[in-house]
Design a protein around this ligand. Structure first.
Ligand code: NBX
Length: 837
């Protein structure tokens, strides 16, 4: 018989200084080695998943040299580093991004051919993404980590390694069904557990005073229980640079020593219970976007990851022989919303109780290190912790917060003598009703900067959310408009467009997005515009095929792809879009659809499992889709699709294939939006309100290349003041009445006239998000869209100008602003020829 061909790799494939293991042969050898030694598989019998794992390990090896060189450079030449604290990091698939940033996509494809795989895509499709976030806030954190690395800024993203991320969404009979996300089940090759860097975190118990050996009175915390945090590090490589940052995600483990007593007295189950209790800390991500439930476990999660992270930062100073007093010189701590705001109290505790620092010094260090980003004005999203809950879990932190508050209120008293109202309003402790800790106040008082995430939003933070704080400390408040990484969202997601751009303006746009402006020279070039349109069409064909495979709906790629993908929320107004679709449907039915563009209206997004109205909106979309798609009168004119399980991976397919981006939130409600930027960069035109970053998108692309509609923040406020009555708007619109009547009759619910009643009652009753008030103007703007679509060359020109003028929304620009205006950090130069091995 034939001897087995084991295909043992060439040893030492990194030793060639020219390629450092980045040529196809080395990648192939690395894969073979991992198949054999790490996965225990032989090449001829390897599955696609095996090949995905082998390639990922081989790629991870190639990050390690850069990763260790970065660590080593920071040890040998300490400089300031960014600690980005976030309860969520929605990082998406890792393999292709790392291949792109290393510059070896083609090499990987060539290596795969030796295993009988024709295209890289077949292997990329296997990857399961870690859904460690809900939506915009978590995805922003991921874009920011990628830009930090690409700009060579040393940084660690600190967060939680949830065992179950955001649920997977199924659609059953039109309803959302949630399935647990077992993202770790096949093994996840991108993390390195570092158990030797574990940290202890306490919960509950009591505090006590004591006299230390120098005779000073001190306080200490005697927690009732502990958990251990085990860091799991994910390398974050920048685009074609030698530095490699990291995500440090904490997994909770039980302390084993703790319940020896219970164990010894024979309470085996009691001892095990403790273990089970601690491990649930990092078990699951809370699937709410925009609401806070005030749950005990969530506060535990927050304190758990924040405490581990701050201990880790302090330890890194100790390890390098740097004094604690220099904390602000070596770390800048960014709070991604208030979820990590306990950091203000925890850093004070670590400095005062553990390091025996005096209050003023500790406060000076804390307030020079910490900055806070606000992501929402929605009152239900502002974190408040019930005082009893807080004190039972974090008694020492509450004492410290009282002292922070006492000193702050004293400052207020001097500034506004006799003004009790302002004290009550700004206090960290909410005393109206049942007492609570206001995390936004704690963050604002403890931070050296507070920023909103788009120009309009940052203004509203100053005028509506925290006006008295802004008056007290005007220099604290600033804006950093969000951005998204052009690597993932254009270069990787849209290879067709990237190739076109590379050919015509060179590759430099990938790290310098403003260079897309060069495209403007082509805006009147008919041949180029045709090419532009054909590129879009070919990407739309791929999405059409995905839609057919995953929903069974056949869509025509030549129709206008009109897309709204984002979390389902009343303020985002997916129902406004649906009502508009019903109107179009009626116009077609009634033979009044002359000049209407043939459309494929695409929705995608998850609803929080406990958010009834959002789930009903999903059912509503699916009801309309079923009726519309089954009606032969709609053929070639209207299709409605709900894409199940919208996530980063699906986003990569959707943004590049879109013609029209729906950004239709009630003015003043969407802090920024980031999907809006991804669409525009990929050449979609926006139909949108003057909300969040839409305002800046419109300014940059030009009003003539943007479909504006809807009431402004001021107009909405006027309506509120004068007593908004949706009925008055409905009465003025016969088409809207007809749409509402059809819904009420059960036309979109198989005759069930009760199904959508709560939605109708909501819209015709209070209509809290002004859907009826904006409906007429939205319809008008949609007609303008239809009209524009008839002149395809003109459409392509507008599309090109959207891409050309949205370089501003690169997260490289945002991160540059944070570095300059908030963090005061600069790049690190890493020479990978240095001896790290
Ligand atoms: O943050 C989002 C905003 O709604 C977007 O407008 C903005 O673009 C984005 C990035 O700045 N906020 C958001 O995603 N919030 C959450 O995900 C969230 C998660 C948990 C929670 C509250 C809010 N308890």
């Amino acid at each position: 018989s034939q001897p087995l061909d084991l295909r043992l790799p060439t040893p030492g494939c990194y030793n060639d200084p020219e390629r450092a293991g980045l040529d196809a042969k080395s990648v192939f050898d690395g894969m073979t080695e991992h198949l054999f030694f790490t996965l225990g598989k032989l090449a001829p019998t390897a599955s696609r998943h095996d090949l995905y794992m082998a390639l990922s390990y081989a790629v991870r090896d190639r990050l390690m040299m850069r990763y260790l060189a970065t660590t080593e450079a920071m040890r040998a030449h300490p400089q300031k580093s960014v600690a980005y604290l976030s309860a969520e990091f929605l990082i998406g698939p890792q393999l292709n991004n790392n291949l792109l940033n290393l510059g070896i996509q083609q090499e990987a494809e060539a290596a795969l051919r030796n295993f009988g795989i024709e295209s890289l895509q077949q292997i990329l499709d296997v990857e399961e993404e870690p859904g460690l976030g809900n939506g915009g806030l978590g995805r922003l954190a991921a874009c920011y980590m990628e830009s930090l690395a690409s700009l060579k800024i040393p940084a660690t993203g600190y967060g939680i390694r949830y065992e179950f991320g955001i649920f997977d969404q199924l659609i059953r009979d039109g309803w959302q069904v949630e399935i647990t996300d077992k993202w770790l089940k096949g093994g996840w090759p991108w993390e390195l557990p570092q158990p030797d860097e574990a940290c202890f975190v306490g919960f509950g118990g009591r505090t006590e005073s004591y006299i230390d050996d120098k005779g000073s009175y001190r306080s200490r915390w005697i927690p009732a229980e502990h958990a251990i945090g085990i860091p799991h590090d994910v390398p974050v490589l920048g685009y074609r640079v030698n530095i490699c940052d990291r995500l440090r995600l904490w997994r909770a483990d039980a302390t084993e020593s703790f319940d020896f007593y219970a164990f010894n007295i024979g309470d085996y189950y009691g001892a095990v219970e403790e273990k089970v209790g601690s491990e649930t800390l990092s078990k699951v991500l809370y699937p709410n976007d925009g609401t806070d439930e005030g749950r005990r476990l969530r506060l535990k999660q927050q304190h758990f990851f924040v405490s581990c992270s701050l201990q880790d930062m302090l330890r890194s100073l100790d390890n390098r022989g740097l004094p604690v007093e220099d904390f602000p010189k070596y770390w800048t701590v960014q709070l991604n919303d208030t979820h990590p705001a306990i950091a203000v109290a925890e850093l004070m505790r670590l400095l005062i109780d553990d390091r025996h620092m005096d209050w003023d010094k500790a406060w000076d260090i804390t307030s020079r290190s910490v900055a806070y980003t606000n992501h929402t004005l929605l009152p239900e999203a502002l974190e408040k912790w019930d005082l009893n809950l807080f004190s039972s879990l974090l008694p020492r932190h509450l004492e410290l917060i009282y002292e922070i508050n006492r000193r702050f209120l004293q400052q207020l008293r001097l500034r506004y003598p006799g003004n009790d109202a302002i004290q009550r309003k700004l206090s960290i402790i909410d005393e109206d009703g049942s007492k609570a800790v206001r995390m936004a106040h704690l963050a604002t008082i403890g931070a050296h900067h507070v920023n909103g995430v788009a120009a309009l939003h940052s203004d509203l933070v100053k005028t509506d959310l925290l006006p008295e704080f802004a008056e007290l400390w005007p220099e604290k408040f600033t804006n950093v408009t969000n951005g998204v990484t052009p690597r993932r969202w254009v270069a990787l997601a849209n290879p067709e467009l990237s190739t076109l751009l590379n050919e015509h303006i060179g590759e430099d746009w990938i790290s310098n997005m403003e260079n897309l402006r060069k495209l403007e020279e082509r805006q009147n070039d008919q041949g180029f515009l045709e090419h532009w349109g054909n590129t879009k069409l070919s990407v739309k064909r791929k999405l059409a095929s995905y839609i057919h495979r995953n929903t069974g709906v056949l869509v025509d790629p030549s129709t206008l792809f009109d897309v709204q993908v984002k979390r389902i929320h009343e303020y985002k107004r997916q129902h406004l879009n649906v009502l508009q679709v019903i109107t179009q449907y009626l116009r077609i039915k009634n033979g009044q659809a002359d000049g209407m563009a043939p459309r494929t209206v695409i929705f995608g997004g998850k609803a929080a499992p406990g958010y009834y109205m959002a789930k009903l909106i999903i059912r509503f979309i699916n009801g309309i889709a079923e009726t519309v798609n089954a009606d032969p009168d709609m053929d070639g004119r209207l299709r409605v699709v709900f894409l199940p399980d919208y996530n980063v991976k699906l986003g990569e397919q959707v943004y590049p294939a879109s013609d029209l981006s729906e950004q239709i939130s009630t003015a003043g409600k969407e802090a920024s939006g980031t999907g809006n930027m991804k669409f525009a960069m990929n050449g979609a035109l926006t139909i949108g309100t003057l909300d969040g970053a839409n305002v800046e998108i419109r300014e940059l692309v030009g009003a003539e290349n943007f479909f504006l509609f809807g009431k402004t923040v001021e107009e909405i406020n006027d309506l509120k003041r004068s007593g908004y009555n949706p009925g008055a708007f409905i009465n003025a619109m016969p088409e809207l009445q007809e749409a509402l009547r059809l819904i009420e009759m059960g036309h979109f619910s198989n005759g069930d006239s009760e199904l959508f009643r709560p939605l109708l009652d909501n819209l015709t009753g209070h209509d809290p998000f002004f859907v009826m008030a904006d409906f007429a103007d939205y319809l008008r703007a949609q007609e303008a869209v239809s009209l524009a679509w008839t002149d395809r060359m003109h459409w392509n020109r507008m599309s090109l100008l959207n891409t050309a003028r949205t370089g501003f929304f690169s997260s490289d620009r945002s991160i540059g602003e944070y570095c300059e205006n908030i963090w005061n950090v600069g790049p690190l130069n890493v020479d990978i020829t240095c001896d790290v091995r």
